[in-house]
Design a protein around this ligand. Structure first.
Ligand SMILES: Nc1ncnc2c1ncn2[C@@H]1O[C@H](COP(=O)(O)OP(=O)(O)OP(=O)(O)O)[C@@H](O)[C@H]1O
Length: 543
């Protein structure tokens, strides 16, 4: 035996090999390898004592419980005892040629007896029961694997200056302290340990050869992810805040300023404050015709709606009147109003400020009417935060070239302003796509005015208690619109805003309202010259 290779295949095919190799004289096999057979399942390796020239011994996957229970072959370099039943290491000073020792999947509790194995470079003790690293001080290990043990700290490695690859994954290690002097380290695996602080990395800061560091599955990973996420979110919020964030800030600002003012607890001139005043908001990109339609709506349905005049710092266009189209104020006055808590929401647009005041809404509420306003999308986001529960109708141009041409023909905008307005169409479209129900109704450009009015009616019929409203249409194209038919035209998203309960979004019109039974073409309670001015203007574009 001692002159031959003993090669028993580990998976049961080795017996023929055994006999085949047994017939070989040793001079043909200068490097001897012993494989032992799982079918035989060796319990001891005493036979190896008769193999003085053995160099590599693979005794893995057996039932061996005796650690190196054989006379040491002089040149034994590599031993694989993995997947056996060995519980205790012993002094291996007689095995001084050992360079590679695989002891994975046994039941070792401590590392002992290797002190004299000065040629040992690879040691693997994965999946044992080792709770403390010891006895390695004098070794020249380059590879050390202690994966899947019970280590709580990295200790006893300080002198392993040759160590290049260290696997300490699947332990209970909480700190990277103990690695700082291992300057040859190129790879550290600390996956699935208990490291919580990223500051622990200071211990490996000076390891210049370190290429791989695996800290996956440590508590700090979650922390880093959350921290990264937090810092990403905060940088996004700082430099490119989403509309929700801007709107929340805007709402908070005005709420805080408002709360800093003396509070009026009861105003007998106002309808009950138990429910928010009815409000209709027309939104869409600049010049899409929403302002004109708001004016027209207030004129044609003056029984129900009155125009809520916003404030702006821009100067009036030709034909615009202060207090009707806007309250035109200076930037200074606008800022002062903000600080006086006057606004519900504000928004910068095109280098100017725009804002809707609480007074504008309450003035309309005093008349027992629903307030109709127009604003850009950011304003809508802000209002969604407020106590008011408006109905939102989006007017969206669908024919971009036509819309562009219309803006050009107004002669009010620079090419850059036109481009911006056109770009913002996508913003509205995306919001509508991504947030179903965000708008109560969407009216594409090109919708016939009749249909538009029908849809507004639908909105009204849903907004108000249906018993209280009858839609007669003496002024409109459709002589007998009934609410059922109107309901058929309304898009599903207009049914009810998400989150609202069964009751109508807008309460019945406060007492004091004229009976809506027979709306007449009486003049609007508020002048709406803009509607007259633009009759056939922007609104016509929608036709
Ligand atoms: N309080 C507000 N909050 C947000 N947006 C507002 C507010 N008031 C007005 N806006 C919007 O600001 C944009 C610029 O208004 P401006 O009146 O200067 O433009 P315009 O060229 O007349 O456009 P439009 O015909 O759409 O009103 C418009 O889209 C308008 O609806």
């Amino acid at each position: 035996v001692s002159t031959c290779v003993t090669q028993l295949g580990r998976f049961g095919t080795g017996l023929q090999h055994l006999y085949h190799h047994l017939s070989l004289p040793v001079r043909h096999m200068p490097t001897q390898t012993a494989f032992v057979n799982v079918i035989i399942w060796l319990a001891n390796l005493s036979c190896v004592s008769n193999m003085p020239y053995l160099v590599i011994l693979d005794a893995s996957h057996n039932e061996i419980s005796n650690f190196f229970g054989f006379q040491p072959p002089k040149n034994l370099k590599e031993v694989n005892f993995s997947h056996n039943r060995i519980t205790k290491m012993k002094d291996l000073s007689a095995y001084s040629s050992l360079s590679k020792l695989d002891l994975d999947y046994n039941s070792f509790r401590e590392i002992i007896g290797l002190e004299q194995c000065c040629k040992l470079t690879h040691l693997s003790l994965a999946n044992n029961k080792i709770s403390r690293i010891s006895g390695l001080d004098s070794l020249l290990l380059t590879h050390l694997c202690l994966r899947g043990n019970q280590l709580e700290r990295i200790e006893g490695l300080e002198n392993l200056r040759s160590l290049q690859v260290l696997d300490l994954s699947l332990n209970r290690i909480t700190s990277l302290s103990g690695l700082q002097n291992l300057h040859q380290l190129g790879s550290i695996n600390l996956k699935k340990n208990l490291i919580t602080e990223i500051q622990e990395c200071k211990h490996i800061h000076d390891l210049l050869l370190l290429r791989d560091l695996n800290l996956l599955g440590n508590p700090l990973q979650l922390k880093i992810t959350v921290t990264n996420l937090k810092s990403q979110v905060s940088s996004v919020n700082k430099y490119d805040p989403p509309m929700d964030v801007v709107a929340a800030r805007n709402h908070m600002t005005h709420l805080v300023y408002q709360l800093m003012q003396p509070q009026i607890l009861y105003d007998s001139t106002l309808p009950s404050a138990d429910s928010p005043y009815p409000m209709l908001v027309l939104t869409g990109p600049q010049g899409c015709g929403k302002r004109e339609l708001a004016h027209r709506l207030c004129q044609e349905l003056s029984e129900y709606f009155a125009y809520g005049t916003c404030h702006t710092t821009r100067g009036p266009y030709f034909g615009e009147e202060n207090g009707i189209d806007y309250h035109f104020v200076s930037e200074e006055d606008f800022q002062h109003m903000i600080h006086m808590g006057k606004f519900i929401q504000t928004m910068p647009y095109g280098g100017h400020s725009y804002g809707l005041t609480r007074d504008a809404i309450e003035d309309v509420a005093r008349e027992g009417l629903a307030c109709c306003v127009h604003m850009e999308l950011e304003g809508v986001f802000s209002l969604k935060n407020s106590y008011f529960e408006p109905r939102f109708i989006l007017l969206i141009p669908t024919q971009v070239e036509k819309y562009k041409g219309h803006l050009k023909s107004r002669g009010l905008y620079t090419p850059a302003q036109i481009d911006m307005a056109v770009l913002r169409i996508e913003l509205y479209a995306n919001t509508n796509r991504q947030r179903p129900g965000f708008f109560d109704n969407v009216i594409p450009s090109g919708t016939a005015r009749k249909q538009f009015v029908l849809k507004i009616f639908c909105c009204v019929s849903i907004s108000y208690n249906k018993e209280n409203i009858s839609i007669s249409d003496q002024n409109h194209d459709d002589p007998h619109p009934d609410t059922d038919r109107l309901a058929a035209v309304v898009s599903p998203s207009s049914d009810r805003r998400p989150g609202s309960n069964i009751k109508p979004i807008l309460p019945p019109i406060p007492t004091g309202r004229k009976t809506p039974a027979a709306p007449s073409p009486a003049p609007s309670p508020r002048p709406s010259p803009k509607a007259a001015v633009t009759e056939g203007g922007d609104a016509n574009m929608e036709q």
